[in-house]
Write a protein that binds this ligand. Structure first.
Ligand SMILES: NC(=O)c1ccc[n+]([C@@H]2O[C@H](COP(=O)([O-])OP(=O)(O)OC[C@H]3O[C@@H](n4cnc5c(N)ncnc54)[C@H](O)[C@@H]3O)[C@@H](O)[C@H]2O)c1
Length: 332
């Protein structure tokens, strides 16, 4: 693969984009960003070329990829029945087709995929699950969209030899996300919504009194649930390992943390660290999952380092520094 120097990043102000762009700049790449948000961007705008626009706008994709060597496609809307066809499906199609039409110009197209495409959480799945498990989205428009986006990428790979890499991120945690997720206190982040699992007077008392507690999701038999998430830092590391890596072309990779965790370990650790009680919440609709990272490790050289303890430690440090959470349009 010829050396990549010029990269188009879509979704620059998003959770992953705003953390990836500074790393690309440090790596010496020239970066063009598709910026959708009207606010000043959360990265150093003086160091990048910004093109303002909305995915799915006719002619935009051709303009965006002009004189670029690679695309990192992160822009996306989540669970928006009204928007996802234009932004995610038309938008991804436009980029893929513009890259096809540009012949050999684009050396790598990195598509942000998701473990949602395999229907984890809501369905029983092989344990651990690997990249070969077929697309099978869980209900809703987000996972459905991720399947359609990947399917388009696969077809552009098969039909036209487009050099595609799909990185299937697990649920991404940065800032103090894990504390927002795994405690009863606001803000809420992700599923489940503990409030909706509050079946006992004790449960309700936490919400009524505004008292904080660490939440332990358990199966109906009392066994703690297992989940596999990923720290933002490991996501950025995964992106950088894939970028410009010839062995990554034509493959999809699971990008998750170094290991899965169980909620008893998580809630006990938060309970100790924040000196709050730990409480069990039964979730009858949850299925454990754990990602097999063998392929990412062997082909990409992916080496995630943020286990659940490190993710919690980082979230606590984030709060201690008095930092406020970034705006999150879809808290999941
Ligand atoms: N955050 C996660 O937990 C997670 C997990 C798995 C996969 N992913 C995938 O990674 C990618 C990036 O995720 P993220 O968390 O950074 O997302 P995000 O929601 O934080 O950011 C999405 C970005 O897309 C942009 N955007 C939205 N609508 C647009 C439009 N019509 N035109 C152009 N840009 C538009 C937004 O401005 C924003 O910059 C997405 O494809 C997402 O599905 C994320």
């Amino acid at each position: 693969m010829d050396k990549i120097k010029n990269i188009l990043v879509t979704g620059g102000s998003g959770k992953i984009g705003r953390n990836l762009i500074p790393e690309l700049l440090k790596g010496g790449y020239r970066v063009r960003v598709l910026e959708f948000e009207p606010e000043p961007p959360p990265y150093d705008a003086s160091q990048v070329e910004i093109v303002r626009g909305a995915l799915g706008t006719p002619g935009l994709a051709e303009r965006l990829i002009r004189d670029m060597d690679a695309v990192i496609h992160l822009a996306n809307v989540k669970e928006r029945k009204d928007l996802f066809v234009k932004a995610n499906i038309q938008g991804t199609f436009d980029l893929l087709d513009a890259c096809r039409a540009a012949g050999k110009q684009i050396k790598q197209f990195i598509q942000a995929g998701s473990d949602a495409r395999a229907g984890i959480y809501y369905n029983p799945r092989p344990y651990p699950i690997d990249e070969n498990f077929p697309h099978s989205a869980y209900p809703g428009y987000y996972a459905f969209s991720k399947v359609l986006e990947e399917t388009m990428c696969e077809q552009y790979r098969y039909q036209y030899g487009l050099p595609i890499t799909v990185l299937r991120f697990s649920w991404v945690h940065g800032e103090d996300d894990i504390l927002a997720h795994a405690t009863t206190a606001e803000p809420d982040f992700g599923v489940p919504a503990w409030r909706e699992l509050a079946t006992t007077a004790e449960h309700r008392s936490y919400f009524e009194a505004g008292q904080n507690a660490a939440c332990c999701m358990v199966h109906p038999d009392g066994k703690p649930c297992m989940r596999h998430i990923v720290a933002l830092e490991d996501v950025i590391h995964g992106c950088l390992q894939a970028l410009g890596n010839p062995a990554a072309i034509g493959h999809a990779f699971a990008i998750a943390g170094p290991s899965a965790f169980t909620y008893d370990v998580l809630s006990r650790y938060i309970s100790e660290k924040l000196d709050i009680p730990a409480v069990d919440f039964v979730n009858p609709e949850y299925y454990d999952f754990q990602h097999d990272l063998s392929k990412s490790r062997s082909i990409l050289g992916y080496r995630p380092t943020y286990d659940i303890v490190k993710i919690v430690d980082q979230a606590i440090a984030y709060r201690k520094q008095g930092k406020t959470r970034s705006l999150c349009k879809y808290p999941g």
